[in-house]
Each structure stands twice: as structure tokens, then as C-alpha cells.
Design a protein around this ligand. Sequence first.
Ligand SMILES: Cc1ncc(COP(=O)(O)O)c(C=O)c1O
Length: 393
Amino acid sequence: MTTQIDIERIRAETPGLINVVHLLASGSALMPTPVIDAIMNHTLLEAEIGGYEAHDRQAGMLDKVYESAAKLIGAKRHEIALLENATAAWCQAFYALPLKPKSRILTCEAEYAANYVAFLHRAKRDDLIIEVVPSDATGAVDIAALERAMGDDVGLISLTWVPTNGGLVNPAAEVGKIARKYDVPFLLDACQAAGQMQIDVNTLGCDFLSATGRKFLRGPRGTGFLYVREKWLETIEPAMIDHFGAPWVARDRYELRKDARRFETWENSYALRAGLGAAFDYVETIGIDVIEARVTALAKHCRDLLSQCSNILVRDIGTKQCGIVSFTTEGGNPAKIVSQMREAGFAIGASASSSTRLDAERRNLPTVLRIAPHYYNTEDEIERCVKQLQAYI
Ligand SMILES: Cc1ncc(COP(=O)(O)O)c(C=O)c1O
């Protein structure tokens, strides 16, 4: 276990820990005090002097959120758009991409439900073909199969880096290499990765990356962001625009903003953005490398403990595994176990097969239970959680 982390300070700055042993960062993590303060302060300022006036007064701080997001993922500030969640961010990129009829979308078995229904939607509307690249023996997307699937008619590679239903970390950078080699747009869903692991868009080779605020980033609900590689800003038109993303410069003309904020609209929750900015800064004060090491170690500890229980089956796949631990139990019903655990003071989650249908069908998975520790958790909390679980199986 890494010792570089000031766990006492971090726990003192996480007020929710008084009420709950929270082990569900893959759902919505506990916000730290600076995030809560940023949201509250901005909201109070809006009440005290007015929404527009508060916005003006906090303009510098609100502007810095783009810089902080960019820094976290190795991007440039003008490549960032702030949106209300990861799905909105992902959809902005996906629906903006011009895809010719009969072109193929290559995706993986871990793809998230929201993304896949959008594929189905555009496949129906725009006459596209969805092709699922199989997984390799470890459960990760098969890179050799992806390369074999490449061809002139591939319009997009879309990958979920870390799925919602378990610890798998797909080899996103390897996928990015293939996307670059064949010059095909690469859209990366980094929703479950952001805040728990190091992200560098240049190493990843992605053209677009979407993420949410409320999960491992510890930001508020209702926040997310999109990364758009600079080169796309010369050509890409959002599927929908307003006069913020595309100012109305003459009766018959709009001009798209030069930056990724063309994907945003005029009205936003600035209090939540302030909170998201504080969340980025909080990650920086701890260090994403330190966070990654601790989250990975805590999750491994959890997996090891669960594996020792004869009535529990750990379901995580892949060689590289992250902070999400998935498992099924011999007895008990997942939804009931989650609510029983909640009553006992433990927040864990369940993930239905329909969230990751392809993977669930391939592995014949029922609803799985999820434990996703964050760096503010302790080994003792995990041990108590696993012990408590036994009461309901
Ligand atoms: C892998 C993955 N992608 C995308 C999303 C969607 O994120 P949001 O709810 O912020 O739109 C989730 C949410 O759980 C997810 O797990």
C-alpha cells in the first residue's frame, strides 16, 4: 500500500464518511470539502448578488476549470467542453461525426448501454453497420481482431476503457495506435477511468474522450466533460448548436466557436462547474499517480478477500484491473443485498446485465454486485464490508 497519501487529512475532508462506509465510487463518490464549498459558495453568491453578477465575479475561477480539465488529461484548454454528464459529452462527439452510409462502427464487448443504443439509433437512421470486436482470452478487447477488422469502410472506433460492470481496463492506448495507423476517428469513453487512473490523450491516441464528474473524480452530480482533439476543431459541426457554440453573426450566418466549447450551450449550472473545478484541483493536490496506486491496491485487497469466500464469485476480467470489483453471490438477491447493506451503513452497488449487455450475454452474467473503493477508503472498511455481506448471502 502506498504511504504517500495523507489519509487522515483526506478523510477529515470527506464529511460523508461520518455517515457511511462508501464503497461505490463507480456510482457516485463522496465529494470532498473543497468541492462542497465551491458549490455552496457560488450558489450563495448567486442568491446574494444575482446569477449573472455571480458569474461575472467568478469568471476567472470558472474559466480555470477548462485548464484544470485539460491538465488532468494532457490536453489543451481549447480542446475541452464542459457538459452535464458523460453521456451528453459522448453523444456530442458521436452525433457530430459524419459517417457515410454502410460505414462500420467498431466497438467492444464492454461497451456501455448508452453508447450502444446510440449506435443502434444512428445505424437505423444513417444506414451504418455496428461490428463488435471480440474479446481475447483475458476478456479485454482483442487487439489482433481489431486490426483484422480494419478496412476503408470503418468510420469510427468506439471503446469503453473501463466498463461499468467490473474491473477490466481495456488496452485503450493499443486501440489508439490502430486508430492512428488507419487514420480512423477514435472515441473513448473514459467515464469510469477519470479520477482513478492517469490519462494522457496523446498516449491514448484518441480523437474524443468523454468523462463524468461524479464518479472517481469526486465532483458533483450533473457534471461531465468532452475532449476534442484540436484537428477536429477545424471541421466538426455539432449535431445541435445554439448562439453560444455558434454566435449569430449575420441574418443568414452563424460562426462556430473556434474551440471545443462549440459543443456547449449558453445556460449552465455555474455552481456545479465551480465544484467540478475544485474536484480537478483536489486530484492534483493528491496526485493522480498516488490515487491510482492506492485505488488499485484497495480494490485488489477487496478482490482477494471476496475470493476467499466460498459463497462469492469474483467476476472481474482482464489482466489489468482497476478500482471496480464485481462479484455474484450464491444466495441473496443483488438489489436486496444493496439495500440491506445500505441499512447496515455500507454503500455498494449492483450493475444489471442491460448496462453491458454484450459482455453479460457472452459471460452469462446475472446482475453483478459492485464494490468500488476510492483512495479515501481504508482496508479496515473493506474488511468490515465483506464481513457484513456474509449476513445477507
Ligand atoms: C462506462 C460508462 N460510460 C458512460 C457512463 C455514463 O455516464 P453519465 O451517467 O455521467 O452520463 C457510465 C455511467 O455509469 C459508465 O459507467
